[in-house]
Design a protein around this ligand. Structure first.
Ligand code: ATP
Length: 361
């Protein structure tokens, strides 16, 4: 499909568990309206993942799902409640991890920007965390075979962190390229006073890559100090590049500072493939209650359409992405909010209003 100007896009959709059953269909509806506004149609290819897949094939990520993903333009994935899976599959890598690992989706891009009219602890925050997605301190995904976490005796547990120059280089390039489209500032996260070789390599390689981007300002922080700076002066940061675990933790912090977990989007990507996935989990406490905020999933889908637009050189897709953003902004700015943001709108009501804004010309 690359480079073609087809009027159709073919998107894989994995609904996932918990509130995925509510926020993913809501997102599909709004994406269809946004694409339709530019004469584009979306062909959905539903693929099993999570509880549905366990029920039908005994595994949370069936091979058929992975095989089908290969030929599609891009994918959207709902959250998964892997902690609640049956014992036999619980030890496996979580479904999102399997897809990211199988397709080497090495960059997890997580923006945190306050929405208009939404009370936020950091109302002027507008940053993006670029999280390395394939190695680092998350031991369950940094081995080709087996896990980097193991127990020599029942009373000793060990975990291996993996940092490779090549993975540090490619995530650094992603961060610096992104900074060029924004305020031209990259902050590197590490803990090189303690994890000197591993996170020290991450810092040094990011700095070296930064020399190729003389127009982008660079600084670096220990992860603990950065957590404090984000709370105190979060609006000062632009692009933050982090290894896997630091990026995961900091992005929950920035999500809450800039709004709520329910508003935090993310895009997982490689050079050739991308998957929209909200930064939050399956929220089993509110699943099935029509209370979930679909914003994170909606904004993730906007990122996906923009990514696809740039990959296929089709401006209509990029416009469809911004249209979703504008519709979400208009909705929350008018005071409509779900319970997590202190409002009373149900998932269905919120979606209805976003969709109406999306269709409005
Ligand atoms: P995971 O480890 O998969 O990220 P988790 O249990 O740590 O999952 P979440 O499932 O993200 O975390 O839920 C954390 C809290 O945030 C819960 O109280 C949940 O209800 C709330 N939450 C998460 N997403 C949303 C959303 N879209 N709308 C409203 N509340 C949400």
């Amino acid at each position: 499909m690359m480079g073609s100007m087809s009027d159709r896009v073919e998107l894989g959709v994995m609904v996932g568990d918990g509130i995925g059953r509510e926020i993913v269909p809501a997102t599909q509806r709004v994406m269809e309206s946004a694409a339709g506004a530019y004469g584009l149609a979306i062909d959905w290819v539903p693929l099993e993942l999570g509880f549905d897949a366990i029920a039908s094939s005994g595994t949370a990520v069936p091979q058929a799902t992975l095989d089908a993903l290969v030929g599609l333009d891009a994918w959207i994935m709902g959250p998964h409640d892997s902690a609640a899976y049956p014992k036999e599959v619980r030890g496996d890598l979580a479904p999102g991890g399997v897809v990211r690992k199988t397709f080497n989706l090495f960059a997890n891009v997580r923006p945190a920007a306050a929405l208009p009219g939404v009370a936020a602890m950091s109302p002027n925050m507008d940053l993006v965390i670029v999280r390395e997605n394939t190695e680092g301190l998350y031991a369950d995904r940094n081995m080709a075979v087996g896990s980097g976490e193991f127990m020599p005796t029942p009373d000793i547990a060990l975990a291996v962190g993996v940092f490779t120059r090549s993975a540090c280089e490619r995530i650094a390039h992603t961060a610096f390229e992104l900074a060029r489209t924004r305020r031209r500032h990259v902050t590197i996260v590490h803990k090189a006073n303690v994890l000197t070789m591993t996170t020290g390599l991450f810092r040094d390689v990011c700095r070296q890559v930064g020399e190729q981007y003389p127009d982008v300002e660079v600084d670096d922080f220990h992860v603990d100090a950065l957590a404090a700076h984000l709370v105190r002066r979060g609006a000062d940061f632009d692009v933050i590049v982090a290894e896997n675990m630091f990026g995961d933790i900091l992005s929950d912090l920035t999500a809450e500072l800039s709004g709520s977990l329910g508003t935090a989007p993310s895009l997982n990507m490689s050079e050739t493939q991308a998957m929209a996935q909200a930064a939050h989990g399956a929220a089993p406490d509110i699943a099935g209650k029509n209370r979930a905020n679909p914003t994170a999933m909606l904004l993730s889908s906007a990122m996906l359409l923009e990514w696809l637009g740039s990959r296929q050189s089709d401006e209509r897709l990029a416009h469809a992405g911004s249209r979703i953003r504008q519709a979400v902004d208009a909705t929350v700015a008018s005071g409509v909010a779900t319970a997590d943001l202190g409002g009373q709108a149900s998932t269905a009501e919120f979606t209805e209003i976003v969709d109406a804004h999306t269709r409005r010309r």
